[in-house]
Design a binder for this molecule. Structure first.
Ligand SMILES: [Mn+2]
Length: 349
């Protein structure tokens, strides 16, 4: 262990000691993660719950909204027996400690009512103004995954972790950083390498190779048929979605097309347009670009190479959504200086 690792572990120990001391005198704990939770938020929640169980003998409720629909994420929640409570059924008055992981107050991607007091926020996305009011803040935007921060909590507190939790944390870091290839730093590499020997390889296989529904292949078909290329920029319009997570999944998949530097995908989930962006360009910040695109219309978040956004439209028709998508595409192309490129369909037409 080198000096900077030791310093970081020491800082984490001081922070978690104080946090646990504060939490010791309190009652029930609620852990809120973002809507349509991904492996990073799920693993982080299970790790925090484990820490509180082991150190304070206190159980926590993990709450979320939306759905888990990506094959890998369903497999993760099932195989690792992650117990989740729908946010709608939670009475906030029951809880004396509210924690938020992998998201922050009022970002738009979690369902905690605005104005609710949040006691602890742990995240790896850039800090929001609203988070500064929280009692305990640990935001490290140089980390590739929130799961890495939670791994460090367990390590700093000498809490042992079983094979299921190790598998959850490992898979979270693996998927969030694409095996350390995307936005991973030294802390993520350390956690990944330490956790790997502790994982259950059969479980890991089940999670990384899930059975996929016909709906998944239909969504993929729709995405491919509705992919348009403008120079090095690719735009996917998926229309009405059967699962919101597929928007990010298709952006991940299609940004790999030869010659593509930026991919943006869009789809309608009832009354909301869901957006996802991926970039291979290091000089570009996907989070900032997404925020610029949806400014004044919706919410956005993200970091260097990946971002998401949502725009709610209560009484919009499919045609209104179509226009909104065209407008966003137009602005994206302008921002990236490719609006003069002739559109090309990826397949067919
Ligand atoms: Mn994350």
């Amino acid at each position: 262990m080198n000096d900077s690792n030791r310093d970081s572990l020491q800082r984490t120990r001081v922070f978690t000691d104080a946090l646990l001391d504060w939490a010791r005198g309190r009652g029930k704990v609620l852990i809120v993660i973002h809507d349509n939770p991904d492996p990073d938020s799920l693993a982080s929640a299970v790790a925090l719950r484990h820490l509180l169980t082991m150190k304070l003998n206190r159980d926590s409720v993990i709450a979320f909204s939306g759905m888990i629909s990506r094959g890998e994420n369903i497999a993760m929640a099932r195989e690792l027996e992650i117990v989740l409570t729908p946010m709608e059924t939670v009475d906030l008055c029951d809880f004396s400690m509210i924690c938020m992981l992998d998201t922050q107050p009022e970002t738009g991607n979690n369902s905690l009512p605005p104005g609710t007091r949040v006691d602890l926020v742990v995240d790896h996305h850039p800090i929001r103004q609203t988070s500064r009011d929280c009692r305990w803040i640990d935001i490290r935007d140089n980390y590739g995954a929130t799961a890495t921060i939670l791994y460090e909590y367990l390590k700093a507190q000498d809490v042992s972790l079983g094979t299921k939790l190790a598998t959850a944390l490992f898979y979270a870091i693996k998927s969030e950083t694409q095996d350390l290839g995307r936005e991973a730093g030294r802390a993520d590499r350390n956690a990944y390498l330490h956790l790997f020997p502790l994982t259950n390889k059969a479980l890991l296989y089940e999670i990384t190779h899930p059975r996929l529904s016909p709906a998944h292949f239909r969504a993929m078909h729709t995405a491919l048929e509705n992919t348009v290329i403008y120079g090095s920029v690719l735009v996917i319009s998926m229309g009405e979605l059967t699962s919101p997570e597929v928007v990010a999944e298709m952006a991940d998949y299609l940004v790999r097309l030869e010659g593509i530097e930026v991919a943006m995908s869009m789809g309608r989930d009832h009354r909301t347009l869901i957006l996802s962006m991926r970039t291979m360009r290091h000089d570009l910040n996907a989070g900032e670009l997404m925020r610029k695109l949806v400014a004044g219309q919706g919410t956005a978040g993200g970091h260097g190479m990946m971002a998401g956004g949502r725009i709610g439209r209560d009484c919009a028709s499919p045609l209104d959504f179509r226009r909104l998508e065209e407008n966003l595409t137009h602005r994206l192309l302008e921002e990236l200086g490719v609006s003069s490129c002739a559109p090309r369909a990826l397949i067919g037409q």
